[in-house]
Design a protein around this ligand. Structure first.
Ligand code: PXL
Length: 285
């Protein structure tokens, strides 16, 4: 069975990070090995959340994993809780990355044009370094702007986001996938992805739903990790991730539900394995 090292926090309430990634990747048939970065009472968009930083425990867990000589088929990182963790994860990539696995970095920094509580400029720099070591990165539009040190305005166009994908891929990653991008149609939202290896740009659009659920970025990156590990192409992986998120949002939106508690992904896990609609497009550069 293929194994994935999942470097994220455990937020006990409000679906995010490990509580999102583990069920998705287990459903897809992988063994998830969590390397927890912190334990939070609830994710950081809840007021007064408590955070137990696991920076020193991470070093000890990694030490044991080295003693056990473990091998992972994918290394997948997300929310990191301190500047020091950026260095720890960089060393983890050096120790556990190899020719027969891949690294996906979800550079969790913020959303809606703002950094999450506790994120610092040093952590942006650290994420930039981690992105340079990854094969695949999955920033949302806000994170892409912070990584590139650019201003994000409501007027941003699809062409500009395509340029950002290409610029980010110059940091190192082969695939750069940017979520929540404009599609040119206000009723639709796009995911754009650039493959540096064959110089092709891909687009998958979905209905824009006027709601925001924390943790959808974690779900998105988890599905991408699982699909790529399964041998799917880049546009197929994006298609699956967009399909899953869209189903999850629609399974939540109609309920009288506190949006902070994330999307009802438990209801739509079957979308991870059923037939895909195949709507992706290649867009010219
Ligand atoms: O969904 C990203 C994420 C991960 N981990 C924690 C968070 C968030 C977003 O708010 O707070 C702790």
């Amino acid at each position: 069975m293929k194994k994935i090292a999942a470097i994220h926090d455990l937020s006990s309430y409000g679906r995010a990070s490990l509580t999102v990634a583990i069920p998705i990747l287990s459903y897809m048939g992988y063994q998830v090995c969590p390397l927890p970065t912190a334990i939070l009472s609830a994710h950081s968009e809840y007021p007064n959340f408590r955070c137990f930083d696991l920076t020193s425990q991470m070093e000890s867990i990694i030490e044991h994993w080295k003693e056990l000589d473990l091998h992972f088929d994918a290394i997948y990182s997300g929310y990191l809780a301190s500047e020091q963790q950026m260095d720890i994860v960089e060393r983890f990539f050096e120790n556990f990355g190899s020719d027969d696995n891949f690294i996906l970095v979800d550079p969790v920094l913020g959303d809606n044009n703002q950094l999450y509580t506790g994120m610092t400029s040093k952590m942006i720099e650290g994420m930039r370094r981690l992105c340079s070591k990854a094969k695949v990165i999955t920033p949302n539009l806000t994170e892409a702007a912070f990584l590139l040190d650019k201003k994000l305005t409501a007027e941003i166009t699809q062409e500009e986001v395509m340029g950002w994908c290409q610029e980010l891929s110059q940091l190192g990653p082969e695939y750069c996938i940017i979520t929540s991008a404009p599609s040119g149609n206000p009723k639709r939202i796009s995911t754009l992805a650039y493959n540096k290896n064959d110089n092709r740009m891909w687009k998958v659009s979905s209905d824009y739903v006027p709601a925001s659920y924390p943790g959808t970025g974690d779900a998105f990156a988890s599905v991408i990790t699982g699909c790529l590990l399964n041998g799917d192409s880049l546009p197929e992986a994006i298609e699956r991730a967009v399909y899953f998120i869209n189903a999850g949002i629609k399974a939540t939106f109609g309920h009288e539900h506190d949006p902070l508690n994330g999307m009802n992904q438990e209801k739509v896990l079957h979308c991870l394995t059923e037939m895909l609609p195949y709507t992706y497009e290649q867009i010219s550069l």
